[in-house]
Design a protein around this ligand. Structure first.
Ligand SMILES: Nc1ncnc2c1ncn2[C@@H]1O[C@H](COP(=O)(O)OP(=O)(O)OP(=O)(O)O)[C@@H](O)[C@H]1O
Ligand SMILES: [Mg+2]
Length: 306
């Protein structure tokens, strides 16, 4: 019976959490709970409050208001054990540039007070897991962006944490480097780790997360499984028609969203839109995705300026 209760206990519980930085109301009353063994994605544009939420969870920033529990306790009550149970991949890599790849992991292991034997066993395993085995002796400054990110993830895993918090694990990386990280994060999920990640890539959120929390302007707009969010807010298909719209095209009764140089039309059956278009009209037809959900909820794009 006790086991059932323990398994059902959320790893993170956040209630009416707020953070003000002077005039800036960065987080405006956010509540959510993260079940063990799940992957939750905080999806939102620049300045949404994602990093601030993570920093409050990690007790690196003091909340202005609200309650927060990690493994059922306030972070302050967890003390040092929290650092071992939670692995953090911060938004900015903070590796030691003067040390080698291997030394970065070893120093971190010693910081956690891991026995030398454990460090000696884990470091090569983590290097292999993150495909850095050949780079163990390299200096951090000799690594590519993707390798640095992988090393930061390996470092977060050194104490074998139950919860891994990743702030934009793949931002700025090329597609191949991103796919490699995604595979490893899915491996960690299969091992039963709890993952909380932030991203402004909707494909990343959709691929990795069991549940997505859409956040903008310090508030949660909605949360749910990717496919449920799509079903709730947009129809299944999108027909994108470039401007100027074809002459004689009737938009009557169609659900639309003007994105500047094109208009998006949402429909369960794309033919509801395409049959109204002249034969020579140029359009794109695709399935609806989380970007459409975000646009629908906020009226602006997830990735501003792109
Ligand atoms: N230390 C700070 N002092 C003052 N304002 C801050 C501080 N940290 C964050 N902010 C502000 O709080 C808001 C939320 O910032 P935060 O970094 O949490 O957003 P984010 O969602 O992580 O954005 P990004 O995708 O760009 O990383 C922004 O308006 C930001 O300027
Ligand atoms: Mg951030």
């Amino acid at each position: 019976m006790d086991g059932t209760v323990a398994a059902a206990m959320p790893v993170i519980e956040v209630e009416a959490l707020e953070k003000r930085y002077g005039e800036v109301h960065a987080v405006r009353g956010v509540s959510f709970s993260i079940p063990a063994g799940s992957c939750t994605g905080l999806l939102g544009p620049n300045g949404a409050g994602k990093t601030t939420i993570m920093r409050m969870i990690m007790a690196l920033v003091q909340p202005t208001a609200g309650a927060l529990r990690l493994f059922g306790k306030p972070p302050s009550a967890l003390g040092r054990s929290m650092r071992e149970r939670v692995g953090l991949v911060p938004q900015e890599d903070n590796l030691d540039p003067d040390l080698s790849v291997r030394q970065n992991l070893e120093v971190y292991g010693r910081y956690f007070g891991l026995p030398a034997r454990t460090i000696a066993e884990r470091v090569p395993r983590l290097l292999a897991f993150m495909q850095l085995a050949e780079r163990g002796g390299a200096k951090v400054m000799q690594l590519s962006g993707g390798m640095k990110r992988r090393l930061t993830i390996a470092r977060a895993l050194i104490a074998d944490p139950e919860l891994i918090i990743l702030d934009e694990p793949t931002t700025g990386l090329d597609p191949q480097a991103r796919v490699l990280i995604w595979r490893r994060l899915l491996d960690l999920k299969r091992e039963g780790k709890t993952l909380l990640l932030t991203t402004h890539y909707m494909d990343e959120a959709q691929r990795l997360s069991d549940r997505i929390i859409i956040i903008d302007g310090g508030r949660i707009l909605d949360e749910g499984a990717p496919k449920d969010l799509i079903a709730r807010h947009v129809r299944g298909h999108v027909v994108e028609v470039a401007k100027p719209l074809p002459r004689g095209f009737s938009e009557d009764g169609l659900e639309r969203n003007d994105i500047g140089d094109a208009v998006l039309y949402y429909a369960n059956d794309p033919a509801e839109v395409t049959r109204r278009l002249p034969a020579d009209a140029a359009y794109l037809r695709r399935e609806a995705n989380l970007e459409d959900v975000f646009l629908r909820l906020t009226g602006h794009s997830l990735r501003q300026g792109e």
